[in-house]
Design a protein around this ligand. Sequence first.
Ligand code: OGA
Ligand code: MN
Length: 300
Amino acid sequence: MLTLTPLHPLFAAEAAGVDLRQPVAPADFKAIEAALDRYAVLVFRGQDLTDPQQIAFSSLFGPLGKTRQADRPGQKLRLHPELSDISNLDESNRLLAANDHRRMDGLGNRLWHTDRSFHRVPAKYSLLTGHVVPRTGGETEFADMRAAYDALPEATRQSLEDLIAIHSIFTSRAVIGYTDFTPEERAALPPVPQRLVRVHPGSKRKSLYLASHASHIEGMPLPEGRLLLLELMEHATQRPFVYSHAWRQGDLVIWDNRCTMHRARPFDPAEPRDMRRATVADSASTLDQIDPLQEQGAGG
Ligand code: OGA
Ligand code: MN
């Protein structure tokens, strides 16, 4: 039976009592989904999932996205394309060179973001496993975007209601000064619009939908929109909204990308860090999302 222990006053819980290497009983799976709706981040210790076990369990939540690295011409993959390689290792498990594309690109994860907001249909859940974790540093921080939304003044909330932000993976990479992408890679992932405020279906709570992938706001002068995004990012990542996860080998952490942001923290680059992520796709673009609050009010 699933048991939950809160890890933070607002969100995030440690989950225990379920062995995810085995087929999960429907009642346990329902309890995990309900816990995700409430806590948005779930930490399972000591699961030690193999890659096939991680893919099998993650697929219960919906279709999995494929790693971007699979679309890079000539790029060798260390893992199955349904797992994003969040390590600093090459296909032979050696530390990547400091200037290796995979490392440079991966450093973008040090910026606050939510996964795949640069896809028209973004990510719903991410499931990240810790295979080799550094002795110090390398935490993953999570920020609660529902609590951040709730804490905004009412007038600000109203002014954000219908705004649309433009997201691109190349925006966050340009923030850290990395632009080495092929024209094909750029053409495959054109900028996409996403609502700035979404309703989280499982809790019916409103949430900010922010990421370092967002460059500006549709219909606003670029500097004005970017300043608004920067201001909201600063607001939403204040310490009271943040849970910091210190990894142990064998951990599985699941998070809801619709109502959280996350970022990786630095660690000694001479140490290996081997993390593997399965990414569950959402069912629609945020623009097409049914608003459960308005649905209630519409009354037929
Ligand atoms: C990710 C990610 C952060 C980390 O897997 O999507 O951003 O700490 N990871 O590696
Ligand atoms: Mn991420």
